[in-house]
Design a protein around this ligand. Structure first.
Ligand code: BES
Ligand code: ZN
Ligand code: ZN
Length: 487
């Protein structure tokens, strides 16, 4: 989709137009006749939020009425979601170019609509023979959005759409080596970004025992990808490390997933795709923050020499882990990546994103992220706050000491799943927190939100890119919080 910015005069505009209408007192500036305004006002007195279509053949006027008097995150989310409804109408009317303007609305509200339209327009088309509908051009009124703001937004949205594409790609066409190559080639084109890709030999010499164990049943080699974005403005600052689960496909391994539980497990690398996308978006928009993304990549298969329940693995940091269930593989590769971050980067904060547990989906369904933290009160509070604002919300799960008992092993230091079937999301988070040691650490279990089986607002079925807007906003805030602004 091409985004343009230019002045738009609603009354004189020739072409398909979306008009946002947020303020009762501004009716006379609408491109409507007297009778139409009366009808609109009558409808608005009953219900503020409505989408009305006026046929102005050969064009259409889509009028979205809402209440702009009290700007709020809820209103912005409502607009993003309405944008998805509008896109379905545009598809039915086969509209290829749309102009957007507003009367009595805020710039943030126009931005939310443009965001909703952009995110709703994506579909996974690569393997389809038939053409699919897409909005070709979106023209935004320059009264509401400045070109540099739209440009920064557009770069971020592009990263979200690319993240979705990677997650939607089946493992047949995106295995660990292929994904690593793709990330390296993107990094090569970005300023201040370096990428190092470790192959199996290097991973062996580093002794990343968790990643190697999970990879043993696969014919594809594992990779450890380390992306670093280090702009000159913040060279000496310790980085924020972003760790992402990169299971290219999760069959469960020898504890193979039964029935249709395996379906959609191409999405088990969404954490890695999310973190790479966040780092790339930060680099695209030159955020003044030092970021390192550490992405362990492999699939989890029950092949020839697959790791087995009862195996005891020595992890990168020397911790020994009893394998109880080979389907609890994500925490093994993540634990190595977290320990690697601690040992090599002295980070100010580690955040991981992982499609880690089915229990997270059972706890809160597809409406948010199950989150935990250790030694990271302030950053967690900020992330939570931003989550509420952007509607990529976090629910905090506890880190209580009592859960440590559930992951103690009788034959090793830890076991890779809890002794009880309860609190599966928490025991997974506790397991990972062990490897972060004293480093401030935030764990994001995105199992419920990374991939939707059914359409949900501006998400079609498939990968969502959920969490990228949130983490990007969090990184954007770091500059404001940094020492240079402290008196
Ligand atoms: N990748 C899955 C978790 C998952 C399930 C993500 C559903 C998205 C949707 C993970 O590797 C897994 O299999 N977890 C097990 C852990 C258990 C064996 C302790 C689970 O949640 O059942
Ligand atoms: Zn699994
Ligand atoms: Zn998994």
């Amino acid at each position: 989709m091409i985004h343009n910015i230019q002045p738009i005069n609603a009354k004189e505009h020739q072409g398909d137009l979306l008009l946002l209408y947020g303020d009762d007192t501004a009716a006379r500036t609408l491109p409507l006749g007297k009778k139409e305004i009366e009808l609109l006002n009558a409808r608005r007195s009953v219900k503020k939020n409505q989408l009305i279509v006026f046929d102005r053949l050969p064009h259409h006027l889509y009028l979205l009425s809402f209440d702009s008097e009290q700007p709020s995150p809820e209103c912005q989310e409502l607009l993003r979601r309405k944008a998805a409804d509008i896109l379905r109408l545009l598809e039915a009317d086969n509209v290829s170019s749309l102009a957007v303007t507003g009367v009595g609305v805020l710039p943030e509200e126009v931005e939310a609509i443009v965001e909703g339209l952009t995110l709703a327009d994506y579909s996974f088309d690569r393997y389809r023979s038939a053409d699919t509908y897409h909005l070709q051009t979106l023209v935004v009124d320059s009264l509401f959005l400045k070109p540099d703001i739209l440009e920064a937004d557009r770069r971020l949205w592009n990263r979200i759409l690319w993240c979705r594409e990677w997650v939607n790609l089946p493992v047949q066409d995106l295995n660990a080596p292929a994904f690593a190559d793709e990330l390296a080639s993107i990094a090569a084109d970005l300023d201040n970004v370096t990428c190092s890709v470790m192959d199996k030999k290097q991973i062996e010499s580093l002794r990343l025992g968790g990643l190697l164990a999970v990879n043993r049943g696969s014919v594809d080699e594992p990779r450890l990808v380390v992306l670093e974005y280090n702009p000159s403005s913040v060279h000496s600052q310790p980085p924020i490390c972003l760790v992402g689960k990169g299971i290219m496909y999760d069959t469960g391994g020898l504890n193979i997933k039964p029935d249709d539980y395996m379906q959609e497990m191409k999405s088990d690398m969404a954490g890695a795709a999310t973190m790479a996308s966040v780092l790339f978006a930060a680099a695209d928009n030159r955020l003044p923050v030092h970021i390192v993304a550490i992405l362990p990549l492999t699939d989890n298969r029950p092949g020839f020499n697959a790791y087995a329940p009862d195996d005891i693995i020595t992890m990168y940091d020397g911790t020994t882990v009893e394998v109880v269930n080979t389907d609890a593989e994500g925490r093994l590769i993540l634990a190595d990546a977290i320990a690697y971050a601690v040992a090599n980067y002295n980070p100010s904060l580690i955040i991981d994103a992982a499609t880690l547990t089915g229990a997270a989906v059972r706890a809160i369904s597809t409406f948010g992220i199950a989150a935990m933290h250790q030694n990271a009160d302030n950053p967690f509070t900020l992330l939570s706050l931003l989550g509420n604002q952007l509607y990529e919300r976090l629910v905090q799960f506890p880190m209580w000491d009592e859960y440590n008992e559930l992951i103690k092993s009788t034959v090793a230091d830890l076991r890779n799943c809890g002794t009880s079937p309860h609190a599966g999301t928490i025991t997974a988070g506790k397991f990972l927190a062990h490897f972060a040691k004293q480093t401030p650490y935030i764990h994001l279990d995105i199992a419920g939100v990374a991939y939707f089986s059914k359409p949900q607002h501006f998400y079609r079925p498939g990968a969502s890119g959920f969490g990228i807007r949130l983490l990007y906003a969090f990184l954007q805030m770091q500059d404001m919080l940094s020492d240079k602004h402290k008196k």
